[in-house]
Design a protein around this ligand. Structure first.
Ligand code: G3P
Length: 232
């Protein structure tokens, strides 16, 4: 499963990318507004950090002509940009037109499987079901994710499922087990994936034991005599 960071914060993106397991970034108007920087330059700065991964940037118009105008503009900024468009009728109409032009579109704010079916038919590159926001209203976001993946498999739709609004590591685990193509998560959740109390406790013991036997073990970095050949 590809891992995207759901943030527009440059420092978080830098730190995540440095770890070598981030495949892309998703932003939305709320996340971008928090950064208080000119939109175009900010998205380009993100592209510069992510380099080989995709960067999702969202339009804010809600009528067909406006969405088309903004989508063309945003897509022209950098080849790695995927245009995010909300799941509204004019958004799907724009998606149909843009996908025929070869512009990659991520349809966002998806909360039902029928919505996901429509956007696959219209040629979406990504579909973004919001799991956490469904959980917030007492539904089960993972059920939606499973339904979408099943429909896409049955009909062989090439649209990639981008599980969004992921709030905790269990969301990531279940999305990965189901075969979601991508999971996008806030930096805080991404960090949680690295940790386990037994890893910390185990490492502490290893280092303590090494310290006790240090004089016998020697220094890993000490210059060695000729190294033995590696076993094949
Ligand atoms: O970026 C879209 C989505 O991931 C938002 O998540 O946590 O605001 O519901 P959240």
């Amino acid at each position: 499963m590809k891992i995207f960071l759901d943030t527009a914060n440059l420092e978080e993106i830098r730190q995540g990318v440095a770890l070598g397991v981030v495949d892309g970034v998703t932003t939305n108007p709320t996340l971008v507004a928090k950064e208080n920087a000119p939109f175009r330059q900010h998205i380009l700065d993100i592209c510069g950090i992510v380099k080989n991964g995709v960067v999702n940037a969202e339009v804010v118009s809600t009528d067909f002509a406006g969405i088309m105008r903004e989508a063309h503009e945003v897509a022209s900024w950098h080849p790695n940009i995927v245009v995010k468009i909300p799941m509204i009728p004019d958004g799907v109409r724009a998606l149909s037109a843009l996908s025929k032009e070869g512009i990659r579109v991520n349809i966002t704010l998806v909360f039902s499987a029928p919505q996901a079916l429509l956007v696959a038919k219209a040629g979406a590159y990504f579909v973004s079901p919001f799991l956490g926001r469904l959980d917030d209203i007492g539904e089960n976001g993972l059920v939606l994710l499973r339904d979408i993946l099943e429909i896409y498999r049955v009909y062989n739709y090439p649209t990639q499922v981008l599980a969004a609004s992921l709030r905790h590591p269990m969301h990531i685990l279940e999305a990965a087990k189901m075969g979601s193509h991508i999971g996008t998560m806030p930096y805080k959740v991404f960090e949680q994936l690295f940790h386990h109390p037994l890893t910390d406790k185990g490492l502490e013991t290893f280092l303590k034991d090494w310290g006790k036997a240090r004089e016998v073990l020697g220094d890993i970095m000490a210059p060695a005599a000729a190294a033995p050949k590696a076993a094949r």
